[in-house]
Design a protein around this ligand. Sequence first.
Ligand SMILES: Cc1cc2nc3c(=O)[nH]c(=O)nc-3n(C[C@H](O)[C@H](O)[C@H](O)COP(=O)(O)OP(=O)(O)OC[C@H]3O[C@@H](n4cnc5c(N)ncnc54)[C@H](O)[C@@H]3O)c2cc1C
Ligand code: FES
Ligand code: FES
Length: 485
Amino acid sequence: MAVSSDQAEGSADAGLISRSHLGIEPFEVRRPASLADAAAAVADGSWAHAGGIDVAQRLRAGEAADELVPLCSPPTSAGTGLEVLGEISLGNECLFVGAAVTHARIESDPLVQAHRPDVAAAWRTIGNVRIRAAGTLGGNLAAFHPGYDAAPVLAAAGARIVVAQPDGTLDRCDVADVPLNRLIVGCEVPLSGRVVYDRSLKPVVSVAVGDQAVAIGCAYAQTVVIPHGATNPEDVAAAVAALSDPTDDAFGSAAYRRRMIEVLVDRCLRTHAEPVTSAGNGGIGAPPIPPALPSDAPPTDVSSRDGAISAAHVEMHLNGESFALAAPPSEMLVDTIRARAGLDGTRVGCDQAVCGACTVLVDGMPTASCSTFAWQADGRRVLTIEAAGVSADASALDDVASILPIVQGAFAESSAFQCGYCTPGLILVAAALLARHPDPDRATVCDWLDSNVCRCTGYLMVIEAVEAAAAAVRDRGGADLEDTP
Ligand SMILES: Cc1cc2nc3c(=O)[nH]c(=O)nc-3n(C[C@H](O)[C@H](O)[C@H](O)COP(=O)(O)OP(=O)(O)OC[C@H]3O[C@@H](n4cnc5c(N)ncnc54)[C@H](O)[C@@H]3O)c2cc1C
Ligand code: FES
Ligand code: FES
C-alpha cells in the first residue's frame, strides 16, 4: 500500500481514471496575501475558491477561470487579515459568521447554538455530510443559486452581508443585494429573533419566516424577500398574494408553486412560536484542527498556463504516511489516490459530489474526492478505505483510523453489502461518525449515511452494521471517545 514520495513524484504521468478534469481549461491558483489582495482579485474577475464544490463543477462544465483564489486551503494564516473569513464571533448586537466558515461548523458552533439555534437547525438540513463539511457560507451565497438555503434563512433572520470593496474597505448590504464580483467577508445575524424554515418541498419551493421578513427560495430566479414577518401576518398574506408568477418548470408549475408558497408560509407562521426541534443527537461538528504536518515545502503556487500543465508540490499524509507529488492544478484528489497512489478502494460514481462512492476522510471529515482538487489536500491527513488494513498501529494514524477495522468487521458480519461498490464510502463515513458520536441514535446514523447511494443492499443492514460497530467501539473501552457536538 505504501507509496514513497519518490514513487509518487515519479508517477506524474499515471493514467487518471476520473478524466472529468481533462476538460477543464487551464487556470492558476494564487494564495492571497491579505484580505485586500483577495478582494481586489475577486473584483478583477478571479474566482474565490472556498469549499470548491461548485467551482469544480463549473470548471468541469466548461466555464473558464483564469485564476482561483483559495480562501480555505490551507487555513488562512495569522496576520493577513484573512482570518476574519474563518471567524464566528459576537459583535454589536449580532453574531458574525465568516464567509469561509463551513456549514458543518455553523450547525454545531457553540456561539451559533447559544444565540441562534434556529439558524444552526436550518443549516443542519443542507445537503449531506460531505457537502456540509466542505461547503461554506460565502460559497453558498455567492453561487446565487435559487435552491441554496443560506440566502432565504439569512434574509428571514434579518442578516446583513459584509462585503469587501476592491480596496479592502468593508460595506454591508442586505442578502438580496449581494453584488457580483465582490468578496463576501461574512454575515451579521441579529442576536434576537427566530426563523422557522421549511424546505420540505425543495426543489419546488422553500420558505423561511422570521420576525420581520419572509424569504422564498427555489420558486424564482433568486430568493424573494418580503419585508414583513411573523409579527405582522396580515401584511405577509397580502404580500404573498401580490407576488408575481413563480417559475414554471419540470419540478412544478407556476400555479402549483404559488399554492405551495401560500401553504408553507401559513405553516411557518403557525409554527413560528413553537420551540426548535432537534434532528438526532449528533451533528457533523467542526472539523478538528489538525496539528501542523512537517513539511519543508513553501506554500503551493500552482500554474497551468501556456498549455503545458506545470505541477504543484503537494504533500499530504495518506493513510499515515507522507505522500508527495507534483500535481497539475486541475487534478482531482480521487485521481491522485487511485492512479498515483494505487489505492483503488476509492470508487468513482457520479463525479458530482452526490453519490458518496468517492468518499475519503480529510482531517477526519468525509470528503468527496471527485470534487476536491489534489492541492486542497496539501498538508492534510487523508484516509482511504485501505487504512482499515494498516491501522493495527493506530498511533501512526488517528482515532478514526482505529475505528475503521471495527466498522469493516461489522459490515462483514451484518452482510451489509453485495457488490461492494459503495462500501468503502459507507465505512469511511460511519467511522467518521463514530469518532464523533460513539453512541449515535438512529436518526443521526441515517443523517450521516443519507447520501451514500447503494444500488443493491437494503439500507437497513447498513444501518444495523453501523449500530453494531458503535457498540463494539464502546465495548473496546473507547472511554476516551466523548460524544462531541
Ligand atoms: C450534492 C449537493 C447537494 C447540495 N445540497 C445543498 C442543499 O441542500 N442546500 C444548500 O444550500 N446547498 C446545497 N449544496 C451547495 C453547497 O451547500 C455549497 O454551498 C455550494 O456547493 C458552494 O459552497 P462552496 O464553499 O463549495 O463554494 P465554492 O464552490 O468555493 O464557490 C461557489 C461560488 O461562490 C464564489 N465564492 C466562494 N466564496 C466566496 C466569497 N467569500 N466571496 C465571493 N465569492 C465567493 C466562488 O467563486 C464560486 O463562484 C449542494 C451541493 C451539492 C454538490
Ligand atoms: S463520485 Fe464523488 S460523490 Fe459520487
Ligand atoms: S453493495 Fe452494491 S452498490 Fe452498495
